[in-house]
Design a protein around this ligand. Sequence first.
Ligand code: ACO
Length: 367
Amino acid sequence: MNMLLAKSQIGLDGVPAAETVLSHVDGERGELIIAGEHVSDLAGHASFESVTARLWNGATGRSLTEADIRAALGLARERAFTRLPELLPATRGMSIVDGFRVAVAGLRAEGGLENDATIVGAFPVIAGALVQQAKGNPPVAPDPNTSHAADTLKMLLGHKAEPREVAALDTYLVTVCDHGMNASTFATRVVASTQADLFAAVTAGYCALTGPLHGGAPEPVLEMLDAIGTRERIKPWVDDALARGERLMGFGHRVYRVRDPRADVLKAAIERLAADGADLPFASEVETYIREALRRKNPNRPLETNVEFFTAILLDALAIPRRAFTPIFAVARAAGWTAHAREQQRTGRLIRPSSSYVGRIPAAAQA
Ligand code: ACO
């Protein structure tokens, strides 16, 4: 009692809370392993469906194939679309990020579909419908026979995307589908550890994702790039922001002490996409200067580019509205959250840490 904790203890830095076969982050070497493979060997090479199969198989010991997942997600997207009249009314007047939370909380088991597929299939349908709703349009119906990435883009944009755009989104979905014990996965696992169902667990995961210190960062990254505006303004803008004590979005990470490997994977995907609207040279100049400025400001704490910097540029180049970036992150991470919830329920224990009481101690009772 009354023991003050170090900053690292308050944030549980480096404290293992579960055993997992799903993913591993090596922060010193800048490596990310997802279901037994380096992220750079999966992203751009394997589909979201095949990586989801690997995650779900790892969590449950099953042997689902890419084709099984593709069929299950196609069906789940179709089923979710029929539920939109029930899910959307409560989201009217809300931002896309908040509306997504409300609609996700309204999901429930669908007869004949497994909950994991119901959740992962419903996420892009809800995100697409909220984007269309914000434009005053009706939702775009899913196509169960196409890939998850292609259908997600079609529902978001309102038209069929080009193959290179679909490939870029598929690369993104794979790159961020799982990432060790990040805050949203931890939140998911805490809820799953009580044996609450998958819907409750992923709703908690999404809530944790929305903050700017986690999955809420890409929209502010674009706002920062907009605010900087020109090459000449990079140095004064960044120096002023750091002098005011601001955090620069898209930089720094709790675990990585070197560059986040996902940043390079996404940068390469942006180069392959070669979209007209993506000013990668400008973004790269901003990135270079910020890294330099952060090194000067915090020489003892490596602060490198994280995944969110290039997420913002990639999703923007795909013409996805910035207000939908966090729900799109959730579309990908739903694969990881569902796998972690299953793994937690199968192999874990109730997660119930303790706290260090630093409050008032009642006076001893008078004799
Ligand atoms: N810009 C400026 N300074 C920073 C940044 C940043 N992006 N990140 C950390 N610092 C500074 C802190 O101010 C602190 O300085 P101090 O010791 O002088 O007070 C020092 O670096 C250490 O910061 P902590 O808060 O201890 O680092 P923590 O591990 O808690 O933070 C985090 C990790 C939250 C990602 C942080 O780097 C940050 O806020 N980044 C910006 C937001 C962001 O990019 N979020 C997306 C993360 S990736 C993801 O979740 C998918």
